[in-house]
Design a protein. Structure first.
Length: 402
């Protein structure tokens, strides 16, 4: 504040022309930060105003201080979200990449500030409070940033690349680890799915995972290692809904098949540690949880095998198949409607593993013609005595009793 006053005095003392320039700059600042009531404007008006404000911002970006830039962008977020949601991304903005880079950078800096020098549980709570939806717009900054990044991730590949360079993949993975590994202390509930930050958060990560460069960056981070290991070691305190979100993200990262996946995960001993962790809890944890976790962390084995068998060898050397067998046996004994999907995913995963390995497994000699072409198996439909059904007669006699 003092430096601002000093600079104004210097400008005023330098002459009439400079004084005019100071007033002009103040007027520009006012134009940037003043946004009409969004509810009172139609889509065409909103789009015109947003384009105008973005052009003004781009022209004055180097004259604005960091806090002024952040405030300007934050003020534009509700306007941008309204347009993006109502046009389904059909309206193109000339300054969209500059805008996207600023939003992503602001979000990263704000989350880093929330995490800095805090114990894990406290950091989790701080981030959760920051990005939760709130009715009061002035305290809704985190939610607006998150939703804007989510919308921007579907614009085009160039915009996604700008977002990735901000460091947002690693910071979101760190947040996901905190949400999975530590229970929430928040007493608030999100009854309205439209305002569920978990859904938007997860979808943002999934959209980022569709970019190969982003995944190559993710697999090298310590945040991914922590997340993978947490899935197999902190099952008793994991939030089930966040565990499912993490499962989706891990399987999305794995499916991209980045070339550095095997090298990075081997350097971190992720598969070895996860296999050992599962071996310790395989008799304690509900089979549906075991199945879900196993598929999530071991999907890297299946998806990377065509590139390198390294993770499969690590899995085999730590009795991974025995763990899968135990999970299947327990699932069969405790099968119900709730655990059906995780077990189905596990069976599909095991089926894919049959295509991996160094040698073909031969069918035992005692088994003759296993599933030849046109093979059919028609089990008997019933057991017991054979009965005869007589045709119904025209005189409507009672059918015979059997």
């Amino acid at each position: 504040m003092e430096s601002r006053q000093e600079s104004e005095k210097e400008l005023q003392s330098s002459g009439t022309s400079t004084d005019y320039q100071l007033k002009d700059n103040k007027q520009e600042d006012s134009n940037l930060t003043s946004i009409p009531n969004i509810e009172e404007m139609d889509l065409t008006q909103a789009l015109t105003i947003l384009r105008e404000k973005l052009l003004q911002f781009e022209q004055s970006i180097h004259q604005l201080k960091q806090d002024e830039r952040e405030q300007t962008i934050t003020n534009l977020l509700p306007l941008f979200i309204k347009i993006a949601e109502n046009t389904a991304g059909e309206e193109k903005l000339a300054n969209i990449q500059t805008f996207a880079g600023e939003i992503a950078q602001i979000m990263v800096e704000n989350i880093e500030e929330k995490l800095r020098n805090k114990p894990a549980e406290e950091a989790r709570f701080a981030v959760e409070q920051f990005i939760q939806w709130k009715e009061e717009v002035s305290t809704n900054k985190g939610w607006l940033l998150l939703k804007s990044v989510w919308l921007l991730c579907s614009v085009d590949s160039e915009t996604v690349s700008i977002i990735i360079t901000s460091g947002i993949p690693a910071i979101l993975l760190k947040c996901l680890y905190l949400f999975v590994a530590f229970p929430s202390n928040s007493e608030t509930t999100e009854d309205n799915p439209e305002h569920s930050f978990q859904e938007i958060f997860t979808q943002t990560l999934l959209r980022l995972c569709s970019d190969l460069n982003c995944v190559e960056e993710m697999v090298q981070t310590r945040e991914l290692q922590c997340l993978i290991i947490a899935m197999t070691s902190l099952w008793d305190q994991c939030c089930s809904s966040w565990r499912r979100s993490a499962s989706l993200v891990l399987r999305a990262i794995s499916s991209v098949q980045a070339l550095n996946t095997v090298k990075s995960l081997q350097a971190m001993n992720c598969i070895k540690i996860c296999t050992q962790n599962l071996a310790k809890i395989v008799d304690q944890v509900p089979p549906s949880v075991l199945a879900e976790v196993a598929v999530s962390v071991f999907s890297f084995i299946k998806d990377s095998y065509s590139t390198s068998p390294g993770l499969l060898a690590e899995f085999e050397n730590n009795e991974g198949y025995r763990i899968l067998q135990t999970i299947l046996c327990r699932s069969e004994a405790e099968m119900n409607e709730e655990n059906g999907k995780p077990v189905e995913d596990l069976l599909n995963f095991i089926a894919h593993l049959t295509l991996c390995g160094q040698a073909e497994l031969k069918v035992a000699i005692c088994v003759s013609n296993p599933q030849p072409p046109g093979f059919r198996f028609d089990p008997p439909l019933a057991t017991g005595s054979t009965i005869m059904v007589h045709p119904v007669r025209d005189n409507c006699e009672k059918p015979p009793s059997f």
